[in-house]
Design a protein around this ligand. Sequence first.
Ligand SMILES: Cc1cc2nc3c(=O)[nH]c(=O)nc-3n(C[C@H](O)[C@H](O)[C@H](O)COP(=O)(O)OP(=O)(O)OC[C@H]3O[C@@H](n4cnc5c(N)ncnc54)[C@H](O)[C@@H]3O)c2cc1C
Length: 535
Amino acid sequence: MFVLCEFVASHRKVFTLSTGLANVPCHQIYPEGMYTRKIAEPASFSEYLTTFKKTIKSVFNEKKNTEKLFHERVFPPSVLKDIMTTRPLSVGIPKEFGGRGAEVKECLGILDAASYESLPLSLTLGINIALFLEPVAKYGQESVKADVFSRFLNQQSMGGLMITEPDYGSDALNMQTSNVKIGSEYHIKGTKHWQGLTGLADYWLITSRQKRDSGELGRDIDFFICDVQQPNQSIKIEEYYNNIGLYPIPYGKNIVDIQVPEQFKLEPESTGLKMMMDLLHRSRFHFPGMGMGFIRRNLDEAIKHCTTRIIGGKPLIAMDQVKHQISKVQSAFTVCSAMCSRSAAFSGIVNNLASEGIEANSMKAYITDLMQESAQTVMQLSGANGYKVESIGSRAIVDSRPFQIFEGSNEMLYTQISEMVLKLMNSQKTMNLSEFLMNYKLTKNVADHFKSILNFKIDLNNTQRKNVDLGKIISRIISANFVAELGIKGFRQDLIKNSIETIKHEISMLVSSYKFETKVIPIEEYHHSSNWLTL
Ligand SMILES: Cc1cc2nc3c(=O)[nH]c(=O)nc-3n(C[C@H](O)[C@H](O)[C@H](O)COP(=O)(O)OP(=O)(O)OC[C@H]3O[C@@H](n4cnc5c(N)ncnc54)[C@H](O)[C@@H]3O)c2cc1C
């Protein structure tokens, strides 16, 4: 009971909605801190993870909860209460502030465990860890950290990131939210939308551009911590959106008109833009954590269904096409494991990832494509029952789909991969793809394996559609390199071999698309002489 009170004190809206106690804010019913207690931290990560897994398995498999989760647009308070009691966000908090140390391996371990049961839960934790806690740990001013982290540890506070604006999404650098320093405070004004945890987060990292005396906005991006419980820092929610998936995560339109003390401004090492790239690239390196449990669940469901569903006297899995489809999900499992292993070793807050765009984009774009593909496979193999709202496959499709859109749409990321690689090839005067990849640090271990299919010259003046194909090819080779490295570390060799062959198959299809000459464009005024009924 008392832990519930800790939770509702910091998530008043949700509790009010779901109890029907309208007009009675929960912090008045259960004053904040009244029931705060310290929970002993388990000694090792594996012990800690076991407790976390046991808790989420039991809450997500309780019938009363699963039904609510299919239909309600919030996590049932009892579900979130049980989960947050295990303090999963402690993995994103430095040790000196009472957390587990912001070790990427632990962060990904928690995201992996969560996404096996619920992708929305994993994304909720991912938003908190990668888009709030890690940036604050790395760039926050020392004077504010203790209080912020303590609220996450002891009062189940949550945080998110506000970048996107209605007119500036992919084009985020042109955002119009502005900041002006008045005395020792920054006045931040603008409109943001599609923020994960809208109305639920206690803290936000808000991005904005400095407004000069002339009224012009500076080119650099500043980040501020907003604590919605402070005077002059509450965010007005103009509208909640009806997202088709990720039901328990609220999204909407946020009106920002706040005043933040100067010590709540993040301090970049050089420019705000570089800080933003470091932060976004680290977040992209965390996507495999969310993909891991999700893909493993899809694989388990596919194998379970296809070994027990009998068609024509035989289990489905006896069919060659079914074997092919499941083997692709299994390859996604191996690729994702390899990405997690690489990310855990490389993407900690001690490293600056601002210039690691090729690797970060490759991970995010490829793993989110694989997440959607594995969800589509599970739904297809489930037959008509896969089309029920409560089927694993149908939830998986709608929940994983926006991962291909947010934090950089995949087409944009594939284009950027190509552009960055073409720049490198040009500077090295090596325009043969295979030759370049043989010497490139992220591909050299496996490039030889793909030599015959990649032995062609790249044109610097490619159309964008070709650059997207090329970006896909490069991301898959970089991922094959991760898989090979995972094999060296001792991962099951048959899985490694199958995955490399599956990636090779995919690359050969992409190369065929890359080499196909087409400049077909849509005819916008297509309505004339195109109605079959009149012909
Ligand atoms: C579920 C969900 C969660 C989100 N969470 C957050 C969050 O927590 N915080 C936050 O600030 N924002 C968040 N967003 C916003 C998200 O990051 C933006 O929607 C995204 O950056 C795209 O911006 P946009 O919607 O304005 O689309 P636009 O910029 O209008 O782009 C539309 C489409 O055009 C295409 N396109 C755009 N640029 C290019 C290009 N260069 N090359 C090729 N094709 C291109 C792509 O297909 C793209 O999807 C979230 C969005 C969703 C759906």
